[in-house]
Design a protein around this ligand. Structure first.
Ligand code: KIV
Length: 280
């Protein structure tokens, strides 16, 4: 199976075809994302909050990202796998950025994403020179949460909007092939999208971006109680999963599970298959 390439994503913008990206972190969901036909799976450092239970993305390490990248690359055979460079793996300089991003490409990633604008353009240029495709990330950049003082809409006044627009143009000039725009007003996202020849991928940035990204656990309804306004829940799997576990616990306690169809006897005529349950 041919994997989606960065060039194909760039062509989608030229053809006005929307790009679909999902942040997912493990083998089974990467398989499902591929089956659903998404263009790109992002191994986001949001995994720190979504599957490791941290308050922020700051504690996530390169080793965490490598571990999850391996699983996603095994699962997604077609989607382009992009991986976040976590906090302190690129802010410290171009050599660190190339070395750490290179590790992720050695694990099968096709691109890396890093947060920031003009300040990290030297890193973007170094990565691109080393043959490492780069996605930028502007607006609400979670690795700078302590600067923002919380998860808030960014780029609201004209000065802040202009800064994000200039950052986006600087990232394009430095060689980024795409930019994630997170939590900015939709009219600003539309301005940025129109001013770039590389695609924008929005999350909480309105419909005028060239593509959209959502965290899989958010869209499946298994990400806890807080639902940001920009998330649409396409399923309520949290309820389904809880109810299934409650039923399992009840049946174990009542001695109803395992039943005969899930058990073996010493009188089995032939060595039974372990993969299919006996008919009741
Ligand atoms: O870490 C992440 O999942 C992300 C997306 C939400 C864009 O950066």
């Amino acid at each position: 199976m041919q994997r989606v390439t960065t060039t194909q994503l760039l062509k989608k913008k030229a053809r006005a075809e929307k790009i679909v990206m999902i942040a997912a972190y493990d083998y089974p969901t990467a398989v499902l994302a591929d089956e659903a036909g998404v263009d790109s799976v992002l191994v986001g450092d949001s995994l720190g909050m979504v599957v490791l239970g941290y308050e922020t993305t700051l504690p996530v390490t390169l080793d965490d990202m490598i571990h999850h990248t391996r699983a996603v690359v095994r699962g997604a055979q077609r989607a382009l796998v992009a991986v976040d460079l976590p906090f302190l793996t690129y802010q410290t300089g171009t050599a660190d950025a190339v070395r750490n991003a290179g590790r992720l490409l050695q694990e099968g990633a096709s691109a890396v994403k890093l947060e920031g604008g003009v300040d990290i353009c030297p890193q973007v240029r170094a990565l691109v020179s080393a043959g490492i495709p780069v996605i930028g990330h502007l607006g609400l950049t979670p690795q700078s949460i302590h600067v923002f003082g919380g998860y808030k809409l960014q780029g609201r006044d004209e000065e802040a909007a202009q800064r994000i627009l200039s950052d986006a143009q600087a990232l394009e000039h430095s060689g980024a092939f795409s930019i994630v725009l997170e939590c900015i007003p939709e009219d600003l996202a539309a301005r940025i999208t129109a001013s770039l020849s590389i695609p924008t991928i929005g999350i909480g940035a309105g419909v005028h971006c060239d593509g959209q990204v959502l965290v899989l656990h958010d869209l499946l309804g298994i990400a806890g109680k807080v639902k940001p306004r920009f998330v649409k829940q396409y399923a309520r799997l949290g309820n389904v999963i809880r109810e299934a576990m409650e039923q399992y616990a009840r049946e174990v306690r009542e001695g109803k599970f395992p039943g005969p169809e899930h058990s073996f006897t010493s009188e089995e005529p032939v060595t039974p298959s372990l993969t299919s349950a006996k008919k009741p």
